[in-house]
Ligand binder design. Sequence first.
Ligand code: NAD
Length: 474
Amino acid sequence: MKTPITVAYGDGIGPEIMAAALRVLEAGGAELDIETIEIGEQVYKRGGNTGIEPGAWESLRRTKVFYKAPITTPQGGGYKSLNVTARKALGLYANVRPCIAYAPFVDTLHPGMNVVIIRENEEDLYAGIEHRQTDDVYQCLKLVTRPGTEKIVRYAFEYARSNGRRKVTCFMKDNIMKFTDGLFHSVFEEIGTEYPDIEKEVWIVDIGAAKLADQPGQFDVIVMPNLYGDILSDVAAQIAGSVGLAGSANIGDQCAMFEAIHGSAPRRAGQNVANPSGLLLAGVMMLAHIGQTDAAARVHHAWLKTLEDGIHTYDIFKEGVSVQQVGTAEFADAVIARMGQLPVRLPQVHYEAAAPITAAAKPVQKAEKQLVGVDVFLHWDGGSADDLGRLLEGYTAGPLQLQVITNRGVKVYPGGLPETFCTDHWRCRFMGGAAGHQHVAQLYSTLAAAGFDCIKTENLYTFDGQPGYSAVHG
Ligand code: NAD
């Protein structure tokens, strides 16, 4: 039976590589019932600021499988990223990007590289909650949730298990972000105990990234929060030597989207030169996802054999290694001609029919939550930290009284150093045992009445007696 999928041909090289990829998938035995939608530059220019027609969502919600060619995002403001919109609207929480070297057939510094980056796709600094608060200061909120983290971490372990991978590594930076990245780390440790068959490893992202760039062969599956994953999945694809060869999957509980990692390469459009491999491999991931595993393996093997035979598009063509430089359509013909063949030197792949990976989060335990203070953020440029401290010592509300002032997170009162550079943005912490919201409101009103510009307040809670806020050091 044919599986319904939604296809978008995109912009630039998109239509050529999508036509080539679909031809190969179908020659490999894929049974696809294709619905086509329009996305990209023309839709943006007609005034759809997300790059997708409202009616197209109906197709996506019906088929739940989106095979997407790259699009061109028009220059200038006001246009929203279609990828970000699709990820959020369809709940595509996991981004899966295999980064594999194909040495000696494709040039690479890391011949043994075979890493899968699993990136959390919906949270972190990508919530898009940003504010300008003072003349000097802008903020972006980093949101990390327990259910979101549980889902991505569990997905990574399930992916490793069902794809025969031996190790899952977690990258984060909890030495600095003790709450957000700290949660990511502790959830990784917690869920990891349910997978005794899989090796586990944790790296602070900076040293982890350096190791990944230097010795990628040490890694297998790496799971990370959104921003690190965005950056490092491109680094990993690049150092594998294969930006034009990498595909990716965006997976949700109900829907999934498959695409090449590169863009629409407008300068190459319409010339039949682009490499369709990234989109084709994304198509192979799609076939595995919809359970057409025989077709997935057949196409993947024929493609590997084509690489081995030196039939290469311009981007990977190398004198002495390659045998023949071909265009987009001829490359597809070459893969189709090898359907049924196996690679000789590159490893064979295995796709097993299995239920799609599900990664539910457990209900979060409700904690005993107690308000114990408030951070009041002020826009103030009336003098030194000591001047502000002395002024604020005079303001209390119920049990709340000034404890400490920081500027950009550095303690400046009491006992700050005159060398500390201060902006016009002050975090003033008022504490005082069991407080109530009325005390926070009272403090806010009193400060406002005294002429202070309170740009925001952040309540300080304990959860089961543990502080739910970072301590001020110094
Ligand atoms: P790009 O990935 O389109 O191109 C970067 C370089 O790689 C170019 O030199 C290009 O010729 C080459 N290249 C890319 N894909 C290739 C292929 N399949 N075969 C051979 N060579 C290939 O990146 P860019 O130039 O920064 O962006 C162009 C447009 O693509 C922009 O409008 C950007 O917004 C968009 N874009 C879209 C997506 C997406 O839809 N997922 C992703 C990235 C960029």
